[in-house]
Design a protein around this ligand. Structure first.
Ligand code: C5P
Length: 232
């Protein structure tokens, strides 16, 4: 799996997104479109960005009954995204249905990764709200293993978990890691962060970087710095 930097395009309109992407006149970065932008602009935003030559990670985190997820994944596959995701909490059967839906008639399909436990869920809320009485890292690894068994390609995880995920699910199992910051940059609301170079060292396959690039004075330079540190 090729290592790459994915820019989180957390904008609330197509115009702001295009203004940002217009700055990249050379290499077209891999971009992540999340719920905010997708719900604001609909599927046309995916088609437009694809048309401009970018790879797209569509971050909609599906979680529903297997039949609904299967049919929705078929729609996303026809949108020609390169990567998408779901919640592993939807069960193995839901993940298997997702793969079926996502697979095109010619056998190809976008990369499918799972969210294990959201990083906003801590051990206390997992116990109190979800009645899951196990250590959080055990739960994360169990969900990652379920995803691998269901045939998914990888998980979203913190860079700190990437090594353990590879040890549990194999080195070909993809780790996509947010929470990346430059050594001399603002941490913002992220709690556990790593630099692109550290994420590379620990074995992340893709890093998802938002504000260190989107809010930089020179986003193209910040992106290139990220690529140089992470891909080398
Ligand atoms: O701006 P920043 O680099 O913090 O953006 C990180 C991106 O990764 C955001 O789109 C955020 O929603 C996403 N993300 C995250 N932590 C997770 C899962 C996704 O920061 N555990």
């Amino acid at each position: 799996m090729g290592k790459d930097v994915i820019i989180a395009c957390d904008f609330d309109s197509a115009q702001k997104t295009f203004d940002f992407l217009d700055k990249f006149t050379g290499k077209k970065p891999f971009v992540k479109i999340g719920m905010e932008l997708f719900y604001a602009e609909g599927p046309s935003i995916v088609r437009e960005i694809k048309k401009r030559g970018h790879k797209i990670f569509l971050d909609l985190k599906l979680h529903d009954i297997p039949n609904t997820v299967k049919k929705s994944m078929a729609v996303l596959s026809r949108l020609d995204v390169d990567m998408t995701n779901l919640h592993a909490g939807g069960t193995k059967r839901m993940m298997e249905a997702a793969i079926e839906g996502l697979t095109r008639p010619d056998g190809t399909r976008p990369i499918l990764i799972a969210v294990t436990q959201l990083t906003s869920t801590d051990e206390e809320s997992m116990k109190k709200d979800l009645l899951i009485d196990q250590p959080i890292d055990k739960v994360v690894m169990h969900y990652a293993k379920n995803a691998a068994d269901a045939g998914l390609d990888g998980v979203v995880c913190s860079p700190l978990e990437a090594g353990k995920v590879h040890a549990t699910c194999g080195n070909n199992f993809v780790t996509v890691t947010p929470g990346v910051r430059f050594a001399d940059g603002d941490v913002g609301d992220q709690k556990r962060v790593m630099t692109p170079a550290q994420a590379k060292e620990i074995g992340s396959d893709y890093i998802v970087v938002g504000r260190p690039i989107t809010a930089a004075e020179d986003p193209v330079a910040a992106y290139e710095r990220c690529v140089n540190e992470f891909v080398g």
